[in-house]
Design a protein. Structure first.
Length: 245
């Protein structure tokens, strides 16, 4: 679990350094990476997180309701985060000023929820399953962290402020992992509760991944290279799930 927490921290913080010193912001390659990560996240949600959520909760209808709650919760989070969690880096004037606090609050809530996905009770998933989810989060958090760093550079005046806020965001997912794992160990979060939490997160990820698809091709034109990247992400998710799972 500690290794997972360190990995989540690094993939959320290191991009701030890269963006700040190299200006590696929204390029066409960034859109291809988003297409791949969006497809991977969508696929892992469908073939892993959703089945696990339904199985653990033991209540198909209630799990479905929590998927819907997660979907619309993410829609609410996006209202405050301006879409940073799915790679949106366009900053408008109305995003400045006090808006930065809402962006950071939304991103930290999102990070806490993400981290809780990796709690690792032995009855719930094997080590291979855990690694599958970790890979999915890494692929999701990298473009997310790059996007947040680019936004923070537009919002903040000093390097200390930029790195300080990115540090807060980077700590959110490991904190979510430790909190959820502690609640599980103490018996506060039982199997049904974990299943419903996974259903909530499934709704989150369905919203994020489908939004990535729509935003990566706003003109709705056929682009073979982007389709290939998306298919590659989906195939990779299936391979990782069945080879490592």
């Amino acid at each position: 679990m500690l290794v997972s927490a360190i990995i989540l921290f690094l993939v959320a913080f290191v991009p701030a350094i890269l963006v700040y010193y190299t200006s590696a912001k929204g390029t066409e390659n960034f859109k291809f990476i988003l297409s791949f990560s969006g497809a991977y996240l969508f696929s892992i949600t469908v073939i892993h997180i959703l089945p696990e959520a339904v199985t653990e909760s033991g209540n198909f209808k209630l799990a479905g309701i929590f998927v819907l709650l997660g979907y619309f919760l993410q829609m609410l989070i996006e209202y405050f985060s301006t879409g940073v969690e799915h790679g949106h880096i366009h900053l408008h004037d109305h995003d400045k000023g006090s808006k930065k606090y809402f962006i950071m609050l939304a991103m930290c809530v999102h990070g806490l929820l993400e981290g809780s996905l990796l709690m690792h009770p032995s009855h719930m998933h094997a080590e291979g399953d855990h690694n599958t989810l970790l890979i999915g989060l890494v692929l999701h958090k990298l473009p997310e962290a790059f996007a947040l760093a680019a936004v923070l550079i537009g919002l903040m005046q000093t390097r200390i402020s930029i790195f300080g806020w990115q540090l807060v965001f980077a700590l959110a997912s490991p904190l979510g992992l430790f909190i959820s794992d502690y609640l599980s160990d103490q018996g506060i979060l039982d199997g049904e509760g974990m299943g419903l939490l996974f259903a909530l997160l499934a709704g989150n990820f369905l919203y994020i991944s489908t939004t990535i698809f729509f935003e990566s091709n706003p003109q709705h034109k056929f682009k073979a290279n982007r389709l290939l990247m998306s298919l590659s992400g989906a195939v990779t998710a299936v391979i990782v799930e069945y080879v490592m799972g």
